[in-house]
Design a protein around this ligand. Structure first.
Ligand SMILES: [Zn+2]
Ligand SMILES: [Zn+2]
Ligand SMILES: [Zn+2]
Length: 451
């Protein structure tokens, strides 16, 4: 090591797609003892330049593990071939999924409801309907784009098949033909189409394409966009499932019971819980999951949630609901494999009942003392201490927009947190006019009260 550090050194990161660079390099440098190297392979680098076993002049990593370790010591970037990005609707990233679960128009979207619909009717895709999603101007752009794509596709097909293109009938003859009443086709701009026309879209439509993903399938294979429709679908799904479970528990009484049940699922999952659900699944280079994996996990989780729901409805302990996938004898690896039909989740409670938030009892408790609690203050700390004291139970805004600087410097807008808009107005000084009398200066007021 000291010898290696005694002079200049040159480092190489050797990579090869097919050959093993470790073995090739080892062969090139030869035995670590130059004397041995001279015997075995006089052409080798150590045989030519080395003088002793310590001063053998060359080093090579022994195996991929040490190669990686040494690569990191010298801070070489990790060599890897970046795979080409291909649009594939069966590959879904969490980002795309969350766009569907939390659409920007809903403040409190029922993510779990949407998650189930995604699993059953999905995948959700970055596809947008020309007729339903875009405004009139942008729809024209979208249609033109799709026409262009279609024509070029036909043209390439025809040249492939060697068909000569017949002259198109002129528009004049077209309009003369009697128009048949036909439902408009569902025109979808796919992910790659959106990428191409995005810059031409208006701001509103760009926002739509950025913020939303939709289900491509659904009822009549329509492009599902409305929240109302999703909610109805979810309730129907829940009704069917709960009814089945009720039949097996209560027999024909189920028909009567189902009418009294609120079909909105009682469980709620947060974003973290949904992420947790998929944490063991593999993703591709672009962090995309296989849709069928997601589907398998969600449906298994749904089974658990439905059982938990049932256990509340009919007052039966949750552990008495059997997992049908544990009945058949399959090796445990199969149960963990999301590709397998035997895949199952090893818990009986929904995530919102098992999920633990970060343990705050382990947080350090020795925070530095607050300046507001200090008994003796330095003259320069007085103002800061006062501000900190006020911060404890008041809302404090230092800057007031469009106020004259002279005035705004001396004014604090103060309001107790819990008072709300119609709270204690004595504590609330607000900017109403431009004269000084319309402000209440909390500090000055306090001084006056003391006097
Ligand atoms: Zn809210
Ligand atoms: Zn859309
Ligand atoms: Zn538009």
């Amino acid at each position: 090591m000291t010898y290696m550090l005694s002079g200049e050194c040159v480092m190489f990161l050797l990579c090869h797609e097919t050959e093993n660079p470790i073995m090739v390099w080892k062969k090139m440098i030869g035995n670590k003892d130059p004397a041995e190297a001279k015997k075995a392979d006089p052409q080798s680098l150590r045989a030519t330049y080395g003088t002793s076993i310590i001063k053998n002049e060359f080093h090579g990593s022994d195996d991929p593990f040490s190669a990686n370790k040494e690569r990191d010591i010298f801070k070489f970037p990790i060599p890897q071939k970046i795979p080409d990005f291909k649009f594939d609707k069966m590959l879904v990233s969490l980002e795309t999924l969350f766009k569907f679960l939390y659409p920007p128009n809903l403040e409190h979207s029922n993510a779990l409801e949407r998650l189930d619909i995604f699993a059953i009717y999905g995948p959700c895709v970055n596809y947008h309907s020309v007729d339903q999603c875009l405004c009139r101007e942008c729809a024209i752009i979208g249609k033109e784009h799709l026409e262009g794509v279609r024509e070029s596709l036909i043209a390439t097909e025809q040249t492939k098949l060697g068909i000569k293109i017949r002259p198109q009938p002129t528009t004049a003859t077209k309009t003369q033909l009697p128009q048949r009443v036909q439902l408009p086709p569902i025109r979808l701009l796919k992910e790659e189409d959106i990428k191409q026309v995005y810059q031409q879209l208006c701001e509103k439509c760009q926002f739509h394409c950025n913020g939303y993903t939709h289900l491509q399938g659904g009822r009549n294979m329509q492009h599902i966009t409305t929240d109302q429709e999703l909610n109805t679908l979810a309730k129907e799904m829940n009704k069917q499932e709960i009814l089945e479970l009720l039949y097996s528990e209560k027999g024909n009484a189920a028909n009567v019971m189902i009418e009294t049940i609120d079909l909105n699922e009682p469980n709620h999952y947060t974003k973290e819980m949904i992420e947790l659900l998929f944490q063991e699944l593999e993703t591709d280079y672009y962090n995309r999951f296989k849709f069928y994996h997601l589907q398998n996990v969600i449906l298994e989780d749904r089974r658990i949630r439905m059982n938990a729901w049932m256990s509340i409805l009919i007052n039966k302990p949750i552990h008495r609901f059997k997992n049908p996938k544990l009945v058949c004898k399959v090796p445990p690896e199969m149960r963990k494999n999301p590709e397998s039909i035997h895949y199952t989740i090893n818990r009986i409670l929904p995530l919102n009942q098992t999920y633990k938030k970060k343990d705050i009892t382990k947080m350090p408790l020795d925070f530095p003392p607050n300046i507001a609690d200090k008994e003796k203050l330095n003259p320069n700390e007085e103002k800061l201490a006062l501000l900190k004291k006020l911060h404890r139970d008041t809302h404090h805004m230092v800057e007031i927009q469009d106020a004259k600087k002279v005035v705004s410097n001396g004014v604090y807008l103060l309001r107790k947190y819990n008072d709300g808009r119609n709270g204690d107005w004595d504590n609330y000084s607000s900017l109403k006019g431009m004269n000084r009398g319309s402000y209440v200066n909390y500090e000055e007021k306090k001084k006056k009260e003391k006097l």
